[in-house]
Design a protein. Structure first.
Lengths: 116, 113
């Protein structure tokens, strides 16, 4: 069956350390993968996109890697801060496309808690 | 900045009531979406629309319908609300010609009692 999995347990990290979140998938061939941040009671907000032919993408303190052999993406936050505490969602665009106007497939998200 | 506005943040409705959730976007996006989000299940697509008056079923359309009479507005309708439709509902939009980013509204928390 097709699955996209994120660690359902909350990740507790000490402030200043690097937080690493994992997104694993099976039976998809993603054209790209996205990461979103979601604060409690709010809608998700786009952070980064990485394409199938890219190994790594960076934006300020954020870094995303994409390993199509392992079928995994890693999301890193360096020098983490309490303000980084949120739920982080990964989503992929499968290829071939399921609908006439392609859709994302979403993970359930991992809650990240940065402790001061 | 793109803004997606959902008309109601919190609603409490009775079983059997008809419920309307309204969503408006201000960026002239062609694509609009309705998702529901439940703990541990991730975002599940209910319906999407790729243009005015056009709609397609998502993964969980049963018990829902939608309306897109104007480009900026996408409405989700629960014809007869049931308790298993208690959830967070998220509206989103995206340009079909530029970029892959989906922009979400703040969400509507619906409780059916």
């Amino acid at each position: 069956s097709q699955k996209i999995e994120q660690n359902s347990e909350a990740l507790n990290i000490q402030e200043g350390k690097t937080a690493t979140l994992t997104c694993n998938y099976t039976n998809y061939s993603p054209a790209y993968l996205q990461w979103y941040r979601q604060d409690p009671g709010r809608g998700p907000v786009f952070l980064l996109l990485i394409r199938e032919n890219e190994k790594e993408k960076r934006k300020e303190r954020l870094k995303v890697t994409f390993d199509t052999t392992l079928k995994q993406s890693l999301f890193h936050i360096t020098a983490s801060q309490p303000a980084d505490s949120a739920t982080y969602l990964c989503a992929l665009l499968d290829s071939p496309r399921r609908y006439s106007n392609y859709q994302l497939i979403w993970g359930a998200g991992t809650k990240l808690i940065i402790k001061p | 900045d793109v803004k997606v506005t959902q008309s109601s943040r919190y609603l409490v409705k009775r079983t059997g009531e008809k419920v309307f959730l309204e969503c408006v976007q201000d960026m002239d996006h062609e694509n609009m979406f309705w998702y529901r989000q439940d703990p541990g299940l991730g975002l599940r697509l209910i319906y999407f629309s790729y243009d005015v008056k056009m709609k397609e079923k998502g993964d969980i359309p049963e018990g829902y319908s939608v309306s897109r009479e104007k480009k900026e507005r996408f409405s989700l309708i629960l014809e007869s609300a049931s308790t298993n439709q208690t959830s967070m509902y998220l509206c989103a939009s995206r340009s079909s010609t530029s970029g892959n980013t989906i922009y979400f509204g703040e969400g509507s928390w619906l409780t059916v009692v």
